[in-house]
Design a protein around this ligand. Sequence first.
Ligand SMILES: Nc1ncnc2c1ncn2[C@@H]1O[C@H](COP(=O)(O)OP(=O)(O)OP(=O)(O)O)[C@@H](O)[C@H]1O
Ligand SMILES: [Mg+2]
Length: 281
Amino acid sequence: MSDILEVKGLSFRYPDSTRRAVADFDLSVPQGEIVVLAGPSGCGKSTLLRAVNGLVPHMYSGEYGGEVKVGGVAVKDSSMRDLAQRVGFLFQNPENQIFMFTVERDVAFGLENLGVPREEMRTRVDEAMRLLDISDLAQRAPHELSDGQKQRVALAGVLAMRPQLVILDEPTSLLDPKTAAELVALVARLRRELGTTFVVVEHRLDLLVKVADRLVVMNEGRKVMEGTPRDVLFRDEAESYGVAVPAITQVQKMLAKDRLVPTSGLMTPAELAAAVGGGSR
Ligand SMILES: Nc1ncnc2c1ncn2[C@@H]1O[C@H](COP(=O)(O)OP(=O)(O)OP(=O)(O)O)[C@@H](O)[C@H]1O
Ligand SMILES: [Mg+2]
């Protein structure tokens, strides 16, 4: 299947900076993949996402080189309006993405801007609210909700647009562990049921590696590692790039070195316990 996202030799330098925020970056993502992007603060993750949704170069000017294509069309040559329909994105802070006085109106915001007919809008908004389990919040004021609920409202607004590609910038940073796990499960479900492609910047790898097809590590604007989560997390350099290797994976890695457990596949705590002869329950 063709790639929904193609990044070729992308470089971007903000005007007041001496250094490129993204440098000679390549990435191809086929439809339906979940890709996780990790790397230290300031390495260029958010800038890369901006180059995918068009904020770079349409809203942030700077020195731009290389190419980003979504669905075969260059982002540089697409209008923000067109991109808004094809790339859904969730900011790090949902406050930046909540505009209206009721949840329902907020979820409909993007569709209203596009002039989608009322009936169609109703259907899509109801569907998105159902999917995120926020139908009972429809008439509430978004600013009175919890962070986790706000995150769901913002994501419902994204999904109502039915984008082929969704990019999420640290979506679990404001969530408690349970809500974060639910969000990750939702990402997996949307990929399974709708074939949606996800590129997710995330530090909480313990949750995401279970559903991700690929882990990409950035450092100083460049791609420094890429592979299945297992491949990347098992390599010693991952930690040197500040990747938070989940504790359970560190243990698996140590045991695998002594050939006490297999090196294939990322194990859950229960699997690891079973492999070393424990976890009898
Ligand atoms: N609007 C901007 N103007 C100028 N420089 C910027 C701007 N936004 C980011 N930068 C710089 O570009 C580089 C990459 O920043 P970016 O926000 O993409 O990193 P990041 O990997 O998302 O970091 P974090 O994990 O902290 O969110 C940094 O050096 C940052 O200071
Ligand atoms: Mg960032």
